[in-house]
Design a protein around this ligand. Structure first.
Ligand code: PLP
Length: 366
């Protein structure tokens, strides 16, 4: 297994924080700082008090939850899903990242990952005993398809993307579908930040592209849209054959998601949606402050809760951490193309964010 990027990052930041000096500001970690709206916690509470919910939940999830995500896909992303056959309930979408590789790729196959990309994808490659192929991604999110392997078994894509914070460029999903046919690869689109888009952009689902569901799946996460990261709830939607394979794998290795969590998921998806826009707007406001603070540097942030920025040549992330007491996530951990870049997280309350930005300005010589 590769080193788990975030465990290692957290350990380095904790070690630096323990040393004498000003309290450290951690802009490295992407952990939502605002939880779900009150009616979601109320639904969990109400359902957890019932006597009949503490046994094993149906392994594949309750139909109401699958219907609720299908309604969100229809109303928000303009995608029709058959809830019975095109939706799998996951204990968090990270689990789906690993399962997709298990159900699509034989040992020794090839999995193509975006570079830079989310580091947990490396774990999926290792768990599947697969070879790593690379799809280089420019800082504005544009993939270089020419440089991708000619033959592959699976391709991971992620828009809005972690870490480069780019929304899907024009026609990128159509190009991914063409690649899937050319290379004989399944596609997984990681839509974890789907609703966190800025500057008037609309959320763009892979499944809205013609032919997408013939070649793959999309992962939807409750963590970012509804602030439910610790609740562990997500979905794999799209290709019915792959949904069935994932449900089969989960029948072997899980025993369903706690029923009150599924009911709270229904409450989140079908109840008032004001919190979704409020959360998105909060991140956009913080993004604006971060871009203003870093003006003079090359920065990117069209969505997610990250800003991707180029480090000046003479600045190391270690100096920022040790001398200026502010942590950011080093770009090289996201792939070779991330070298010389860093990611800062906006999932931090306003006061520490402002303090961190001030320290960054000092540290970066702005
Ligand atoms: C790009 C990306 N994909 C997937 C995940 C996993 O999300 P979940 O909480 O649904 O497991 C994350 C979490 O940070 C992420 O950044």
């Amino acid at each position: 297994m590769p080193e788990q990027y975030f465990s290692a990052l957290l350990a380095r930041v904790a070690a630096a924080a323990a040393r004498d000096g000003e309290p450290l500001v951690d802009l490295g970690r992407g952990n939502p700082d605002v939880g779900p709206p009150p009616h979601v916690a109320a639904a969990l509470d109400e359902w957890a008090r019932r006597a009949d919910v503490h046994g094993y939940a149906p392994f594949a999830g309750i139909p109401e939850l699958k219907e609720a995500i299908a309604v969100r896909y229809r109303d928000v992303y303009d995608v029709e899903l058959d809830p019975a056959n095109e939706v799998a309930v996951l204990p968090g979408s990270k689990t789906g990242l690993m399962e997709f590789a298990q159900v699509c790729v034989e040992r020794g196959g090839t999995i193509v990952l975006p570079d830079p990309g989310y580091p947990d994808y490396f774990s999926a490659v290792a768990l599947a005993g697969a070879h790593l192929g690379t799809l280089p991604i420019a800082p504005d999110g544009t993939p270089n398809w020419e440089a991708a392997p000619k033959q592959a078994d699976a391709l991971y894509l992620n828009y809005p993307s972690n870490p480069v914070a780019a929304c899907a460029p024009d026609r990128v999903f159509e190009q991914a579908i063409e690649y899937a046919h050319r290379a004989q690869a399944w596609v997984l689109h990681d839509f974890a930040y789907g609703d966190l888009v800025f500057d008037g952009r609309k959320p763009a689902s892979f499944l809205a592209a013609d032919g997408a569901r013939e070649v793959g799946l999309e992962l939807f996460s409750m963590s970012k849209t509804y602030g439910m990261a610790g609740w562990r709830l997500g979905f794999a939607v799209g290709n019915a054959e792959l949904v069935a394979r994932i449900e089969n794998l989960q029948n072997h290795q899980f025993a369903g998601v706690f029923l009150p969590v599924q009911r709270a998921g229904v409450a989140a998806l079908t109840g008032p949606q004001e919190s979704v826009e409020a959360r998105r707007a909060t991140y956009e406001r913080r993004r604006d402050r971060a871009l203003a603070a870093l003006s003079g540097l090359e920065t990117h942030s069209e969505g997610t809760f990250f800003v991707w920025f180029r480090l000046p040549d003479d600045v190391t992330r270690a100096a920022l951490l040790e001398t200026h007491r502010v942590a950011v996530a080093p770009g090289e951990g996201f792939g070779e193309n991330g070298a010389g870049w860093a990611r800062l997280s906006l999932a931090t309350a306003d006061a520490p964010l402002d303090l961190g930005l001030e320290r960054l300005r000092h540290g970066l010589g702005l």
